[in-house]
Design a protein around this ligand. Sequence first.
Ligand SMILES: Nc1nc2c(c(=O)[nH]1)N[C@H]1C(S)=C(S)[C@@H](COP(=O)(O)O)O[C@H]1N2
Ligand SMILES: [Mo]
Length: 392
Amino acid sequence: MSERITRRETLKRGLAATSLLAFLPSWDIQALAEGGTDVPFTDIPANFDPSIPNQTSRILDIRKIEGPFTPTDQYFAVQHFNRPEINGSTYRLKLSGLVNKPMEISLDELRAMRSVELAVGYECSGNSAHSMQGLASCGRFTGVPLRNLLKHVGVGSKAREVVFFGTDHGPQELVFRKQTFNLDQQYGRSITLENAMKPEPLVAYLLNGEPLCREQGFPVRLIMPGWYGMANVKWLAEIHLQEDRYLGNFQARWYRSVVGEGGSGADNDPETKWVETEVTRMHLKSVIARVRKTGGAHEIYGYALNDGTPMKSVEIQIDNGPWQRATFASTNSKYSWKLFTCKWEGATPGEHTLVSRATDAEGNVQPVAADLTRKKTFLQDNAQFPRKVRIG
Ligand SMILES: Nc1nc2c(c(=O)[nH]1)N[C@H]1C(S)=C(S)[C@@H](COP(=O)(O)O)O[C@H]1N2
Ligand SMILES: [Mo]
């Protein structure tokens, strides 16, 4: 008997060790586990303190990234209104509009449906050097594939657009020609039915194996793998199917990019075509997050994000030297953020400039800031992000 218990214990311990190994990213095994030290960045503004709690956002301190999944208490958070507090036991997700059987689904009913788990990394479309690239995270999300839910209620034959409303709402300035109204709006986003029926979108209720916390949208949120953060509607109240396009503020106005094409780029050059587009899928980006010193060796760590197109490479340039290829972590997956590491040979004392650039399998290369000067609006800033460090 006791032997059996012992064997079971050993088995348990063995399993624990295996799963631990599975989650110990190749990313940090060497430098982080062997007790290295952080090489300080000298480009961090004196007033930058991501630990200060903030009503509208929580920034991830990317110097603390240790592995594939961002711990829940560090996970970045952005919202336009408040963070509604929802009672999970009375919660109902409404499915309405052009559906065959309108429904109100409880959390227990949702949990009883077949679920999938997916590693998804994303950033806010406003993430940039201003937030030290900390409006990004990666989590393990569990939920019901959106298309299963839609099949469950039956998609009406005229439905073309799927709208997601959060519980949160508040006054919004709405400009119509020369009139300005201040009207209450819910947070709302839409996608085409075609995108909704793809296998990836998830109606998620767990993050890293735990119920979503309030900041991340308890009890239920949408997750659109490969898309910028604004698509991932939190505190999901209603999924509404309709024929016409949805033009709510956060769909039609707030998340747009305006880029000049052709001509000189001067605002009034009639040869310049100003192209206005929706913000949807993530543009290719990589960011250096940490530099670690272990014994005499230096190593550079960072994350890369994109729309799920296979990532071909991340390269690192040190002090305008040759580009050298970084190694991707074995734990990366199609929609996770892609962690990378690169050995820094022959690092000398003093200040150095480091920069990374990502390239995808379709040949897209992460731009430099000068390539983006014709983008008038600040969203989708995926420019290369030069860093400064000092080796003591
Ligand atoms: N209901 C609701 N969902 C929302 C928002 C919001 O204001 N309300 N903000 C969006 C934006 S702009 C971003 S970047 C992501 C951030 O997701 P996170 O807080 O889980 O990191 O949530 C999105 N989902
Ligand atoms: Mo965002």
